[in-house]
Design a protein around this ligand. Structure first.
Ligand SMILES: NC(=O)c1ccc[n+]([C@@H]2O[C@H](COP(=O)([O-])OP(=O)(O)OC[C@H]3O[C@@H](n4cnc5c(N)ncnc54)[C@H](O)[C@@H]3O)[C@@H](O)[C@H]2O)c1
Length: 431
């Protein structure tokens, strides 16, 4: 049955759950995971769970717990080992919380790679999840790739673009899989937004506004809050504060949904809280490769805001609006017509795109959120690992997770924004 979406300028046809107007090749390839060489790396993965190790995420850590919940959600992955803390004793205590055998809980990531590598194929971990502060991502990811393990790594990928380049090179050389957890790409309604924007339903895109305000660093929390303390320390966070922490998510989301590339930026970054060592407020004007213009703002001193990531994409015929705090809703706007409200739901296949449906778990009205978005990334990574290990090309939906190239782009963005903000000429190329 064909369905009609009410854009005044050109009626659009939906065939079942798939939008037949979309050019699959264009919008289903946010990264190049699908085109990787199929070299059957790693032990066979049919008929068993995929084995995950973790670096970071010990007691009291934030995102490690989210990763564990998300990775295990679909029953595809199991946690088999970890080096959960930079403190060996704390790592061992944390391993007990997850009921791991003592001999699979390590005092350091170096020990973990060494010992895991020596285990038989039917026991050793397949991939490592890196959930440490930023400065630890690079050495752990590099060691993982050099020892033959696939990687899921937190953002920002590294602390310099050079390090990120090196990881991208190693991924190419080894053929190993590498995901970067730009979480927001995992939401069903972000997939829907991407498919509509890239599928031409808004017409040529002219304007993108992406806002990422948080308020939690409005005061000097560095000495009393662990997460604040390393995020504001250049030795652990890298050269960027809010810019690396949340600005990279905003940059990634704008490019992921629109399919466009930012080519030039004009930035103004500030440190509003006295004695803070890194930026906590970021404003950037954007120019995209099709001539579209944009505005990106990322800030951790917007008092009272929680995690208010929002994006607005406008084309010649209509627009889209998505709010992370209301993630199951996508507002679709049309020139000279009423806005429509699209809702995530496993029973909404009549109008949602096939990839939005692929990443939806429950019927409409049963909220899906942050952990499910993370779980979609893990589920897609697991499917890709299974496909590659079987010598099969992953489908576009399976391969749909942020790649090492996306992580590298985030690091180039960080460096370009800092260069622009420090410059007098302001407009700075971003390649
Ligand atoms: N994708 C997202 O939405 C999202 C959200 C929050 C944080 N993050 C990212 O996740 C990472 C961790 O952030 P967090 O808030 O969970 O930090 P956290 O401080 O809560 O946890 C960091 C953990 O890493 C451990 N660690 C540090 N050095 C280590 C080492 N050498 N070996 C083993 N473990 C080590 C610490 O002991 C701690 O357990 C950061 O890169 C951050 O940017 C991403």
């Amino acid at each position: 049955m064909k369905r009609y979406a009410g854009f005044r300028h050109g009626w659009l046809f939906f065939d079942g759950c798939c939008n037949s107007n979309m050019n699959q090749k264009d919008f289903m390839r946010p990264n190049d995971n699908v085109n990787k060489e199929l070299n059957g790396i790693g032990a066979a993965m049919e008929n068993r769970k995929i084995r995950m190790g973790m670096v970071g995420g010990g007691r009291g850590a934030f995102i490690g717990e989210v990763h564990r919940e998300a990775a295990l959600m679909d029953g595809q992955i199991e946690l088999v080992c970890g080096a959960f803390s930079m403190n060996a004793e704390r790592s061992r205590e944390s391993g007990k919380d997850y009921y791991l055998p003592d001999d699979r809980v390590y005092g350091s990531y170096q020990e973990m790679f060494e010992k895991e590598k020596a285990l038989p194929d039917d026991k050793k971990m397949d991939f490592v999840a890196i959930v440490t502060p930023n400065h630890v991502h690079f050495p752990v990811a590099k060691a993982a790739l050099e020892n033959g393990f696939h990687v899921v790594c937190e953002k920002p990928l590294t602390v310099t673009a050079d390090e990120a380049e090196e990881l991208a090179r190693l991924v190419k050389e080894t053929g190993l899989q590498f995901a970067v957890t730009h979480t927001y790409t995992g939401y069903p309604m972000v997939k829907q937004a991407r498919d509509m924007a890239r599928g031409g339903q808004l017409g040529a895109i002219r304007k993108i506004v992406v806002e990422y305000p948080q308020g939690w660093l409005s005061t000097f929390l560095e000495s009393e809050n662990k997460q604040a303390s390393w995020r504001t320390d250049p030795k652990q966070s890298g050269p960027a504060g809010a810019l690396g922490d949340i600005g990279t998510h905003a940059e990634n989301l704008a490019e992921y949904i629109s399919g466009l590339k930012i080519t030039e930026i004009c930035a103004d970054i500030s440190t509003m809280v006295e004695k803070r060592k890194l930026d906590d407020d970021v404003s950037v004007l954007l120019r995209f490769d099709n001539g579209a213009k944009g505005i990106l703002h990322a800030s951790q001193i917007c008092a009272g805001e929680e995690n208010a990531l929002r994006i607005y994409v406008y084309g010649e015929k209509g627009g889209l609006e998505w709010h992370q705090q209301e993630p199951n809703t996508l507002i679709v706007k049309q020139l000279d017509g009423p806005a429509q409200i699209y809702r995530a739901g496993a029973n909404h296949g009549g109008y949602l795109s096939s990839s939005a449906m692929y990443n939806t778990r429950v019927p409409g009205g049963h909220p899906e959120g942050y952990i499910e978005a993370f779980a979609n990334i893990y589920r897609n990574v697991a499917s890709t690992l299974r496909a590659v290990s079987a010598g099969r090309k992953p489908t576009p939906d399976e391969a749909d997770f942020p790649s090492v190239e996306d992580g590298l782009r985030g690091m180039r963005f960080v460096e370009a924004v800092i260069a622009s903000s420090n410059s007098r000429q302001k407009w700075t190329p971003f390649k």
